[in-house]
Design a protein. Structure first.
Ligand code: NAD
Ligand code: LMR
Length: 328
């Protein structure tokens, strides 16, 4: 199994690569060939990380190679985890990058080149997870440039789902594993919509058990939508350990059959389900058959409240698409 990771010397990858090397993440028992990609100035730091990976002596790993460009790294890749990009919270040319969307022009062009390389050189059944922000629209840019519809492109919304589960577990005093069918709709941005109305905790409806719409709308919703900013404010750097956990969880959920009655979360190319604009990458509830096929779960009932929130995030994805139309 060839696993390509960009931004491999960055803070997310420092946790992500070790998580991926643990047993049981990939369905195949084949050993991993790690293909780690960085930009030239970060190669020395990457070499240091590789020494640590070697010293970890993972039984799951066959080889570790480093590259300063994606073209040489991507040949026959089974998975591509596209983490490499600039995070928000930093100051560029004297201006602080405040919103993920501010990263569109800076990071967008990375994904044209990477999309072309993946489309033409990675395996036809390659799976791609975009983590670098703004993840949904970067995935769209990559997918359009790859021109290989057999490959599965996704953007990460798993972190939002894990954050939502953690807040629900706190509120209801249950365990996160007891929460089923919690879905993130739309963009990984302050407009995302985490739905509780179709979720259940040990069979009982989550929204009804909470029984407090005011808490859902004015506490829970903004908490999940703004959690990334809350972490940047506290840490002085964007989330890394939790983002790595979520990326690894996405891979595991795609690789293995979804547990009965549950869904997992990622943004995929919209086919118009739930009235989300066709042709953007949106968060949806998904299931995997454990054999490389995932599909959108279409039986969620959306209230007026949910529909109005979903319209907003769908519109934002359309606006972002318009801003990068020259890269598509
Ligand atoms: P970081 O700055 O620590 O690491 C990013 C790495 O990417 C750096 O080492 C940099 O040299 C490398 N890089 C830049 N351009 C590259 C290119 N063209 N090819 C290969 N490597 C390249 O940042 P981080 O904290 O690891 O975050 C990475 C990205 O993930 C950011 O865009 C961040 O906003 C995003 N993120 C997304 C989510 C999510 O839920 N989708 C969560 C957290 C962070
Ligand atoms: C997050 O949600 O933590 C990441 O997308 C980083 C950010 O910029 O918020």
């Amino acid at each position: 199994m060839k696993i390509l990771i960009t931004g491999a010397a960055g803070q997310i990858s420092y946790s992500l690569v070790p998580f991926l090397c643990e047993r049981g993440i990939f369905a195949s028992k084949e050993k991993l060939d790690l293909s780690l990609v960085e930009i030239p100035p970060a190669m020395k730091k990457l070499d240091g990380f590789v020494k640590e990976l070697e010293d970890s002596a993972y039984s799951s790993v066959n080889s570790i190679n480093t590259y300063d460009n994606i073209n040489d790294a991507v040949l026959d890749a089974d998975w591509c985890l596209l983490v490499g990009s600039i995070p928000r919270g930093i100051v560029l040319n004297g201006k602080e990058i405040k919103e993920r969307a501010d990263l569109l022009q800076i990071n967008g062009s990375i994904f044209t080149e990477q999309g072309k390389a993946i489309g033409s050189k990675a395996k036809n059944n390659c799976k791609v997870l975009v983590v670098g922000n703004p993840a949904n629209t970067n995935a769209l840019i990559g997918y359009k440039n790859a021109k290989n519809p057999n490959q599965l492109w996704m953007a990460m919304t798993m972190l939002d789902a894990l954050r939502a589960k953690a807040q629900v577990a706190k509120k209801l005093g249950c365990h996160v594993d007891d929460i089923y069918r919690l879905a993130i709709f739309g963009n990984h941005s302050p407009t995302m919509f985490p739905d509780l109305e179709n979720s259940n905790v040990s069979g009982k409806n989550t929204y009804e058990q909470i029984g407090d719409h005011e808490w859902v709308e004015n506490n829970f919703l903004p908490k999940i939508q703004q959690r990334g900013a809350e972490i940047i404010d506290a840490r002085g750097a964007s989330s890394a350990s939790s983002a790595a956990r979520a990326a690894c969880d996405t891979v595991k959920n795609v690789e293995h059959k979804t547990r009965s009655g549950d869904v997992f979360n990622a943004a995929v190319l919209s086919d118009g389900s739930y009235d989300i604009a066709e042709g953007v990458f949106s968060g949806f509830p998904l299931i995997s058959d454990g054999e490389g096929n995932i599909k959108i779960v279409r039986d969620f009932n959306l209230s007026e409240f949910a529909q109005s929130k979903i319209r907003k995030t769908s519109n934002e994805l359309l606006e972002e698409r318009e801003l990068v139309k020259d890269l598509l």
